[in-house]
Design a protein around this ligand. Structure first.
Ligand code: NDP
Ligand code: 13P
Length: 322
């Protein structure tokens, strides 16, 4: 089986590295969008987005479009808002095989998750999702990690689970694509909320409250869209929520910390929760469900409120049953 990973950012590179290490006889293509990136990575032997991690010999960095044609499985590790443009541009080369979305987000224009985006743009592909609690740097270091592989087609899901698991990366399987991808997308929004809370000095108890009520919001939206509750309680939901809301390794959490501390966030980092907060708020309105934390994060990221005012508003909401 020929595996091609699209996007040589932190996550795509970490996945290519761990899959390649697991079987040195297997060539893994790591697809970058231009020749400059290809030349730089081949020269330095690493990705600028994952410095210090040397690419094994069987990872081949390429910008050739033929690498897409030749792959039997393609892992899509570009950011969520870049996924649809990529798929539209290369649709003719991507059909007839599993496309595994690794992005965690909701498309701001269509309000679709990655699997629906794949279905809409490459209708004859088999959509799958790889998601769950894992920092790219941990995967690349060979630290123990467990993720969820979601695919509606059980046989293809089993094949992908076997092909992409490594001695340190353990994949669990589900057919609940919707639940898996929504958990991964929405936890980033909650991580911004938790970071802002800690940054503003509201304390660990407030963070625990946001994390728990955030989980309630994630579940509310996911169930309204047909997901299964057990998926939300699994690695792709609760697992990733806990990781991202409690670790300063998370870019979403660090972005929130900066907001809370009234300083500029680090420039140039991918922070999926920003666009997804606004997308999820719009989707919640369309579905007629309440997602107050998500709406607050959307306002915060657009500069329409401050952490202090946002917390006051959340506390002043009408009292209700848990
Ligand atoms: N980092 C992590 O720990 C984890 C990340 N993820 C998810 O993976 C996704 C990617 O994140 P991550 O790898 O960290 O992001 P990075 O910012 O590290 O890298 C993004 C990469 O995508 C490339 N890219 C952007 N647009 C395109 C395009 N149209 N065609 C080809 N390549 C493109 C960028 O290329 P260029 O440099 O040229 O702009 C860059 O190499 C996100 O959705 C994230 O939530 C999931 C789990 C863990
Ligand atoms: O998705 C992740 C961990 O599972 C990575 O989180 P950040 O994008 O916030 O760094």
């Amino acid at each position: 089986m020929t595996i091609c990973v699209v996007g040589a950012g932190a996550f795509g590179t970490a996945l290519a590295v761990t899959i390649a290490r697991a079987d040195p006889q297997r060539a893994v293509q790591l697809w970058v969008r231009d020749i400059t990136a290809e030349t730089t990575m081949n020269w330095t032997g690493e990705s600028p987005r994952l410095p210090g991690v040397k690419l094994p010999k069987n990872v081949h960095v390429t910008s050739l479009k033929e690498a897409l044609d030749q792959a039997s499985v393609i892992l899509l590790a570009v950011p969520a808002q870049a996924l649809r443009p990529f798929l539209i541009k290369h649709a003719a080369r991507l059909g007839g095989r599993p496309l595994v979305a690794c992005a965690k987000g909701i498309d701001l224009e269509t309000l679709d998750g990655p699997s629906a985006t794949i279905a809409a743009t490459v209708p004859d592909a088999i959509p799958a999702v790889l998601t769950g609690p894992s920092f790219a740097a941990d995967i690349a270091r060979g630290l123990p990690t467990a993720l969820t592989l979601a695919c509606a087609d059980e046989a293809v899901g089993e094949m992908l689970q076997a092909a992409l698991s490594t001695p340190t990366l353990r994949l669990y399987r589900t057919t609940d694509l919707r639940g898996a991808e929504l958990g991964g997308a929405l936890k980033n929004v909650m991580a911004i909320a938790c970071g802002a809370t800690i940054g503003a000095g509201f304390g660990d108890s407030a963070r625990a409250a946001l994390l728990t009520r955030g989980y309630a919001e994630m579940s509310r939206m996911a169930l309204a869209l047909g997901a299964r509750p057990e998926t939300l309680a699994g690695l792709s939901g609760l697992g990733d929520l806990v990781l991202t809301c409690t670790s300063a390794q998370s870019r979403n959490y660090r972005f929130g910390l900066a907001l809370g501390e009234s300083r500029a966030p680090d420039a140039g980092m991918t922070v999926e929760g920003v666009a997804t907060a606004s997308a999820a708020s719009a989707l919640a309105a369309r579905l007629g469900i309440e997602m107050p934390i998500t709406a607050t994060v959307a306002q915060l990221t657009r500069g329409e409120t401050t952490p202090a005012a946002a917390m006051q508003d959340l506390l002043a909401r009408p009292l209700k049953e848990e």
